[in-house]
Design a protein around this ligand. Structure first.
Ligand SMILES: [Zn+2]
Length: 471
């Protein structure tokens, strides 16, 4: 097979760690999906030209926690709290999704991510209602073209007539999926597993889920310590006591972790994923991001669910940064007034780094993506910088975090392949995504109608009941 070669010419490129790098005029030579040279002028080479004049070139965003399948229900949870979400989506609507719905959610969700400059995502895929669902979930995300750590969810979605009736059924299916869809760990989409929430079943089942992940040699993610229930056991300590905190685990949310828990995660080589939109809205608690990073724990950012919020990380970066600033400043203001307010606790550079390099580190993909460097994949976002709402430009990183939105995206590349051009997905691809997702949503709307609609009446103590077995 002949070498595919392209060169990104004339852009202002953020080379290296976004925390410390400065934008500079540079060209990028890409061969077979990888960046092989970064030089001042590579315009004379025999390669396809990607014109980056009047563009910033930044690494593609890396989302560290997302549930792609919920693209079938966009925006439905906009005014819901976590009890509503747990009851309606996790306990009812998940079980109503058939394999075609899951394919549609995965495919359209992957495209949605790409269109927003998210070139890599961790997909916590907890709608594995049958082997057909698992196959559809993998196929949908693979067909979308996004880079991903796709995590097989062991969570048993409540259903009237479940296909999987035991934990063993799911563990065996995960093994089948590993063998049939992920023969190597080199593909654009790699496999992980997503544990059932603690308390969904007995702890010994969790131990078996982790054992299966280890025997399949795949990374583990889980929702960790994000429930504010008075009697809730301390999950991090529970994992630690059982010797189950392991290098490479991605613990999503972790809002109810104290500094001791976060330190334990750090020392075990784990990472956390913060999803500011859903956490702040639903009663998951203040994001743990700033506390975690100040302790040296790797923390990525995620969009979580587009059944609630947008799938872009520009929004997530800004909400998270401003929330963390506000939460840090308020006690200072109350105690000592404005004169006591010093340097802000987070900067725009911290956010851009979290949405790129730290996300890649959390996912175990730092050698592959997350920054622009020779040897890494050409996962790139080209942002227009020639528009009025961005002028004048004093510090490009400040502009990107504070002013840029998805409308400024010009091109997106994944492994050197252009997936977004002139700000849009290819017309036929976008049309297919829209058609699939609209049809799936119609099917689901018909199924939820007899239940009274998307939002069911949430019984009291939903979460408390669901996690009772832990205590
Ligand atoms: Zn989640």
């Amino acid at each position: 097979m002949s070498l595919t070669r392209s060169v990104v010419v004339g852009g202002l490129v953020l080379v290296g760690d976004p925390l410390t790098a400065e934008f500079r005029r540079a060209d990028l030579l890409i061969e077979d999906g990888r960046i092989v040279a970064i030089e001042k002028d590579l315009s004379g080479l025999d390669a396809a030209i990607i014109d980056a004049a009047h563009r910033w070139v930044i690494p593609g965003f890396v989302d560290s926690h997302r549930h792609l399948w919920q693209t079938t229900m966009r925006g439905v949870t906009a005014n819901w709290n976590l009890n509503d979400y747990a009851w309606s989506i996790r306990t009812h609507l998940a079980g109503l999704h058939d394999a075609d719905d899951v394919y549609a959610g995965q495919y359209a969700g992957g495209l949605d991510a790409l269109a927003a400059g998210v070139t890599t995502t961790l997909d916590h895929s907890h709608v594995m209602n049958s082997p057909q669902h698992s196959d559809a979930a993998v196929q949908g995300i693979k067909d979308s073209g996004v880079r991903a750590l796709w995590c097989y969810g062991f969570y048993p979605c409540p259903q009237q007539h479940p296909v999987f009736t035991t934990t063993d059924d799911r563990l065996l299916d995960a093994r089948r999926v590993r063998e049939s869809h992920f023969p190597s760990d080199e593909g654009l989409v790699r496999m992980g597993v997503a544990l059932s929430e603690l308390g969904v079943h007995s702890f010994s089942e969790t131990v078996r889920e982790i054992g299966t992940a280890n025997s399949l040699s795949v990374p583990i993610t889980m929702h960790t310590q994000c429930l504010w229930v008075q009697t809730r056991a301390q999950e991090v300590q529970l994992y630690a006591q059982a010797g189950l905190l392991q290098q490479g685990q991605i613990h999503s949310h972790a809002n109810a972790c104290n500094d001791r828990d976060l330190t334990m995660l750090r020392d075990a080589g784990c990472a956390i994923a913060t999803t500011p939109d859903t956490e702040l809205q639903m009663g998951v608690g203040y994001p743990a991001f700033r506390r975690a990073t100040s302790l040296g724990l790797t923390a990525g950012i995620g969009a979580d669910i587009v059944s609630n919020n947008s799938g872009d990380l520009f929004t997530a970066m800004r909400i998270l940064m401003q929330h963390e600033r506000g939460a840090a400043l308020q006690p200072v203001l109350e105690q000592s007034g404005l004169d006591a307010v010093g340097a802000l606790p987070l900067t725009t550079r911290h956010m851009l780094r979290a949405a790129t390099l730290l996300g890649a580190r959390a996912l175990g993909l730092e050698s592959v993506c997350g920054s622009i460097e020779v040897g890494k994949a050409a996962d790139l976002v080209l942002l227009r910088n020639d528009r009025l709402h961005l002028r004048p430009i004093i510090d490009p990183v400040d502009s990107i975090v504070m002013q840029v939105t998805t409308r400024d995206i010009d091109r997106v590349l994944v492994h050197g392949r252009i997936v977004v051009q002139d700000g849009t997905l290819p017309t036929a691809v976008e049309r297919r995504g829209i058609q699939l997702i609209d049809v799936a949503n119609d099917r689901l709307a018909k199924r939820v109608a007899p239940l009274g609609g998307w939002k069911l009446t949430t019984p009291p103590n939903t979460i408390k009941t669901a996690v009772a077995s832990l205590n």
